[in-house]
Each structure stands twice: as structure tokens, then as C-alpha cells.
Design a protein around this ligand. Structure first.
Ligand SMILES: [Mn+2]
Length: 337
């Protein structure tokens, strides 16, 4: 496979940073490619969208053919990132047309919604994974997974920086949007000195902070706030652990419905002394989906999600399980269907 070709180089380059070398390898692969597919994960968020848009902008500038793919429709509030770029879905994608596939912000293969295609790819097709989630599976030829980064956009910035690629105003805006969104405007613990340095550089390069904020944070619909209201009404506090739980009152029909919930966990996280949040929601398919957030270094939500068959980060994780939600006194109970 691809990595083996580069192994001898890695051994000879003890004094070079392994990640920098990966960033160079990605650049080499991009240069060798004829046509590149940029993959955003299902139920796209700002980070995954910003990464594919930044890379698309760069590939356009070097006249490299490329397309963006996302299984779900990109929510309309991300139009400021996507602009007029056509996004392929499973009906319009012809996978074997691409010799390089770059998955962005995809914590595992499943959320690319290209499991079969990637697993059965031709030997001439190379997959590059750029991501900041904990490793759960290996599906790429070049895997650049940096869990200390607050956003995949931060890694894409490193890609441009390391390879001395010009960061245009548009690219800067995309990357800053990804960083601001995934770090909740630097409020989360994963944002550090480096995040702020990069963000400051992106501002210098022309990213429009107020445009990003207006598009990401100040664009709630009335309906979203009504759903928030219903969810707030059902919030229960477990006083022993200082954990808040609630049922989300949303009949999840499409991925775009996800916009209704954006910002809700962090809003509840402002409750004094709160350590963690558990959101539960009935799915149409007889499953229950749980979103877990931790605000305390001693509470690892990724462990809890793993026990329940899911996964994610220490501070933010999720799971899905069969069952139905029933309220019993002050608790939510999952019962068999
Ligand atoms: Mn991300």
C-alpha cells in the first residue's frame, strides 16, 4: 500500500516531524492526482464543510479537477462557505472517476457513507484522511489524525502552511469558521495558544470575523428556539453527579434538522457547576440517539459512549441504541420497543 512506499523515507528522517512529513506526502499525492474527491461526513457540520471548501478553493486555483461529496444535503446556513459549488450526493457520484479521495473530519469510515466504495477501491485510488477525532478504524492510505487539534480546519491550515501554499481570503474564512465553530469561539478546552495564533493569522489574511459569526451564531430560526424551549422544559438535574439530562423534542427527519440543535448543549452547559449533559432523542427507526457532553476533566464521555456502542471525543460523544424513551418520575428510561 501507499504508506509502505514512504516508510524508508520516514526511517531516514528522524529529525523531521512525522506530521510535517505526512503533510508533505498529502501534497505530493495531490500533485500526482488527476481528479480529487473531497468528502464531508454525513450530517455535515461547519468544520467538515469548511475543510472541503478550503481544499476545493485551493484545487481550483491550481486547476486541479475536484468535486465535493456529502451524503446529506449541506444545511443552507453554510451557503457562505459553499457559495455556488455543486455538491455531489450518492446519486450523482461516480466514485471510480477519482484517483485521490480526501476525507475531512471523518472520525470513522461509516460517517463518510462511502464504506463499500472505499473498502473496494481500485489499487490506483488513494484515500487520505485528515481528522482530529480519536482513532477507531483505519481506512486510508495516508492517515493524518491529530487529536490535539481543536478542529480539522486547524490541520488543513497546517497543510497549506507546511507546503507554502497561498491562503486566500476565501480559504482563510473557511478555516476560521471551522476553528471558531469546533472550539465554540475558543471556549472549549481543545483551543490552545496555537489555535489562537492560527486564527489571528487567518484574520490577517482577510477572514471576515463578523461575517462568520453572523452566519454561524446569529442565525437561529424561531422554530429552533421553540424546540430549545420544549427541551429546556424537560431538563432534569442529577444532583449527585451534577449531570443534566433531557429529551430533545425533534422528530429528526433530515440532516438539515440538525441545525435546530446547534448550540443547545453549550447553552445548557452554562448552568452553574454543571459537569455534563446527556441528550436523548427518539429516532423514527425505533432507535434512541444520545449526545453526551462533558464540561469536567474527570468525566470522559467517550468511555460512556463506547459502553453504549458509540464513540467520540472525551468532551463530546454520542451513541445509538434500540429502544424507546419513557419518563419515570425525574428520570428518562430506555425501554425495549
Ligand atoms: Mn471537527
Amino acid at each position: 500500500m501507499y504508506m509502505q512506499v514512504f516508510d524508508p523515507i520516514l526511517k531516514k528522517s528522524d529529525n523531521r516531524n512525522m506530521n510535517d512529513l505526512r503533510l508533505n506526502q498529502i501534497h505530493q499525492q495531490v500533485q500526482q492526482s488527476q481528479k480529487i474527491l473531497l468528502v464531508a461526513h454525513e450530517k455535515p457540520d461547519v468544520d467538515t464543510t469548511s475543510c472541503v471548501c478550503a481544499l476545493k478553493e485551493y484545487l481550483n486555483s491550481i486547476n486541479k479537477e475536484s468535486d465535493i461529496y456529502c451524503f446529506d444535503e449541506i444545511p443552507s446556513q453554510y451557503d457562505f462557505l459553499i457559495e455556488n459549488t455543486k455538491v455531489l450526493n450518492s446519486n450523482s457520484l461516480i466514485f471510480h472517476n477519482y484517483d485521490t479521495i480526501i476525507t475531512c473530519d471523518c472520525g470513522n469510515l461509516k460517517i463518510t457513507k462511502l464504506e463499500t466504495e472505499i473498502n473496494n477501491r481500485l489499487s490506483s485510488q488513494k484515500v487520505i484522511n485528515i481528522d482530529h477525532h480519536p482513532k477507531t478504524d483505519t481506512f486510508s492510505d495516508i492517515d493524518l489524525k491529530l487529536t490535539n487539534k481543536c478542529a480539522t480546519a486547524e490541520i488543513v491550515y497546517d497543510f497549506f502552511d507546511q507546503n507554502k501554499i497561498t491562503i486566500t481570503k476565501k480559504i482563510a474564512e473557511c478555516l476560521l469558521a471551522g476553528i471558531l465553530s469546533d472550539s465554540k469561539n475558543f471556549a472549549y478546552a481543545n483551543a490552545n495558544e496555537n489555535t489562537l495564533n492560527i486564527s489571528s493569522r487567518l484574520l490577517e489574511l482577510g477572514a471576515d470575523w463578523s461575517k462568520i459569526m453572523a452566519n454561524i451564531h446569529y442565525n437561529k430560526s424561531l422554530n429552533s428556539l421553540k424546540i430549545w424551549g420544549q427541551t429546556m422544559r424537560d431538563v432534569e438535574l442529577n444532583k449527585e453527579y451534577n449531570i443534566v439530562s433531557s429529551k430533545i423534542h425533534l422528530n429528526y427527519q433530515t440532516a438539515a434538522d440538525g441545525e435546530y440543535l446547534e448550540g443547545l448543549p453549550s447553552f445548557l452547559g452554562t448552568i452553574r457547576a454543571i459537569k455534563a449533559i446527556i441528550f436523548l432523542r427518539d429516532q423514527n427507526n425505533g432507535n434512541i440517539r444520545g449526545s453526551l457532553r462533558s464540561f469536567d476533566d474527570n468525566i470522559n464521555m467517550s468511555l460512556l459512549a463506547n459502553i453504549l456502542g458509540g464513540g467520540g471525543h472525551i468532551k463530546a460523544a454520542g451513541f445509538q441504541t434500540k429502544g424507546k424513551l419513557v419518563k419515570h418520575e425525574k428520570e428518562w428510561i430506555i425501554i425495549d420497543n
